[in-house]
Design a binder for this molecule. Sequence first.
Ligand SMILES: Nc1nc2c(ncn2[C@@H]2O[C@H](COP(=O)(O)OP(=O)(O)OP(=O)(O)O)[C@@H](O)[C@H]2O)c(=O)[nH]1
Ligand SMILES: [Mg+2]
Length: 353
Amino acid sequence: MKIGIIGLPQSGKTTIFSLLTGIDVDPYSPVHQKGVAKVYDKRVELLSNMYNPKKTTYATLEFYDTPSLDPSDKKSRTQVFNMVQSADALLLVLRAFENENVLFPEENAYKQLRVALDEFIFRDLEIVVNRIEKLENSKRKLDNREEIELKLLKELREVLENEEFLSKHELTEEQKKMISSYSLVTLRPIIIAVNLDEDQFTKGKYPEKERVLDLVKDYNFAYIELCGLMEKEIQELNEEERQEFLKDLGIEESGIERLSRVVYEQLGLISFFTVGPDEVRAWTLKKGSSAVEAAGVIHTDLARGFIKAEVIKYEDLINYGSEKEVKEKGLMKLVGKDYIVEDGDILTIRFNV
Ligand SMILES: Nc1nc2c(ncn2[C@@H]2O[C@H](COP(=O)(O)OP(=O)(O)OP(=O)(O)O)[C@@H](O)[C@H]2O)c(=O)[nH]1
Ligand SMILES: [Mg+2]
């Protein structure tokens, strides 16, 4: 899963990128990076303790840091949107933290959110209008499919001209497919991350929070509060100091733990596990996927030669302490291709290629 971090100038994008990926970035460097974050999952740790494998592998999320989304600079805007074109979701950073030393044009998080939403709509409108013009100016007669697309695009143009998100417009699966190559921003899963200072974080309050939450609900965005700079500094401490600081701040889980949960929920993802003496590993899967699709995530050969899958529930394994016990209790299931995998399933694929 790829996640593009975007936001207005000086909102803390690079700080949050560093927090999530552990990659230190010089804030003055013009180079924008991508980095991989480990999706920490307590279950993986417990399974690893149980199996003592040679290798323990967590799921990962890939993040892209981008330059500022600056409404007054058309070129940089285009650059930002091009950078996140292939992202599965966007993490929009809003700045709430107070810092006299860091200039900021928009005074509160709510205003930034509004500005960003307008930018998203504007970007999509540009793309839709471009495509309409291309089709209408075509020298040859449009084929059937193109006629249908043109009609759809005009519908979408109207939605955008009314300053609405396309996600609020009902689209059939077929229609979604038809426009999927345009990577429209207002159809994408969006996660709002408000970057707070320590004081705001402990109080759980920042200016215009209510209005931000109203918009979040209205648009069906995911939402998370982070304390970018502080959490990043804490990350650099040794374990003991870190625990103490986190407790003082009332943070039970690190930024990446909290964010992973939000991302999984918003994108409709679940985790399943494979276990054994060689490796304990977490895998990411779309909710509603079948056993054979899960096998395909591990390796295409496993999907191709799929025969059956053994399924053990994570909870059962922890409750009974060993695979053997679970099997004796009759709690191991043998399932076929169409079995719908659930979060926390431990799978062993039987296959033959
Ligand atoms: N007090 C405080 N300062 C922060 C926080 N997060 C970031 N900053 C500071 O704000 C400035 C901008 O942070 P960056 O992470 O570089 O912001 P950015 O959005 O990447 O900035 P551009 O890429 O230039 O748009 C830096 O000086 C940070 O140290 C925070 O949570 N609290
Ligand atoms: Mg930056």
